[in-house]
Design a binder for this molecule. Sequence first.
Ligand SMILES: [Zn+2]
Length: 274
Amino acid sequence: MILGAHEGVAGGVSTAFARADEDGADSVQIFTKSARGWEAKPLDPDEVRRFRAEAKRTGKPVAAHSSYLINAGAQDGLIRKKSWAALADELARCAALGIRWLIFHPGSHPDEGEGIRIAAEGMAHALDRVPGPVRLLVETTAGQGASLGWRFEQVAALREGVPGALRRRVGVCLDTCHVFAAGYDIRTAEGVKATLSELDRAVGLSHLEAFHLNDCKKALGCRVDRHEHIGQGEIGLEAFRALVNDPRFASTPGFLETDLRFKENLGVLRSLVR
Ligand SMILES: [Zn+2]
């Protein structure tokens, strides 16, 4: 696995690479705009040039994580409209910066089937509006409240809800904390194996294109999203040992989203590599 982290962008998106260098992160995830606002300033062309130069200099694979406000499956028409537009805008920002993946949470809706149908339509809308190589990754969620994408069957339905040619640009990001919170027991190597088999049956492992590597503060099946430092939560080290040594993911990026201390957490992950 290409071990990396979600780096800050204070001072401009291009500054994430120097932070990644400092942390020893070999892959980088960033926000291309504020994660908690709808509005985004257009990207500064000079900053785009610096970003592309830094990406080339470091050779680190890059993903963007979308704003937390986006709810592509929203029941409320106005929020849905804003979310679909924001998702397309974030895809366009990734295209401008040369970022390969946009990772997003599919959103929430009180009716699961209806929410999945709407979210998939929103994904198709965004992909259609922004042609090109940027890929949209559905992140597995913790299943908090009415959120979608916590069961692998839902992730599969979201992907399959996107029509043919556009679907080829849709993949999956597995968050270890979220799947554990959703009830997938990955505390042992056997548990990881069983969980990946389940994901393979539902979605297909070939569509698994990135990981979020986080331990979990809360118990198995808690359905809440609280990240913990690697090896210090309820998941423990074995899940991470199994994942970082799995040859199927040798060239897959895995991003830490622990609350900073990336250097230390990357050290822990690297100590597990055989
Ligand atoms: Zn996320």
